[in-house]
Design a protein around this ligand. Structure first.
Ligand code: ZN
Ligand code: ZN
Length: 167
């Protein structure tokens, strides 16, 4: 994904990319095409890039292990500065371009930001009930009864007590 900057006028420029994830070296959990909307703001010796990225991914739910498709929306900003890189540049969001640079290549940045956007917690739905830790039944499909049994065990003395009081 290359944007030519050699004859780019100062001001705002917009680009759209729609490509297969494989073209930028992404593999599972990503699949299919991703969309990237780019807005460049060019000034004398600086280009500010804002990228909006939309990707499809297939995850396995952390709670119930079902496989589900998810759309990941993420964004990133990159500042391109023309000139030599200072010796100790700690910033990862600044890229230095040689004075005669005629293009910028977004491939590596989009690849890296896509991977950063993979959520830590992968849930098929916010309130996924998960699997019963006793019998393994998917509790989204209905109750298995194990929970009731364990509650019975724990509360038995109290229930007995209550019966006695009521008598
Ligand atoms: Zn789930
Ligand atoms: Zn169960």
């Amino acid at each position: 994904m290359i944007i030519k900057i050699s004859n780019l006028s100062e001001g705002i420029h917009e680009y759209k990319f729609n490509e297969n994830v494989k073209n930028i070296g992404l593999d599972e959990p990503f699949f299919g095409n991703f969309l990237l909307n780019v807005k460049l703001v060019k000034t004398h010796n600086q280009i500010i890039l804002n990228g909006d990225l939309k990707l499809n991914a297939k995850f396995s739910c952390d709670r119930c292990a079902i496989s589900f498709d998810s759309v990941i929306n993420t964004g990133y900003q990159m500042v391109y500065l023309v000139g030599r890189q200072p010796h100790d540049n700690g910033s990862t969001d600044v890229t230095y371009l040689p004075a005669d640079a005629d293009k910028i290549d977004l491939t590596n940045d989009v690849h890296d930001y896509a991977i950063l956007a993979v959520p830590m917690k992968k849930l098929c739905k916010e309130d996924c009930k998960g699997l019963c830790f006793k019998c393994g039944k998917d509790l989204n499909e209905g109750d298995c009864g194990c929970a009731d049994e364990s509650i019975d065990e724990r509360w038995k003395p109290l229930i007995e007590n209550k019966k006695n009081i009521n008598q």
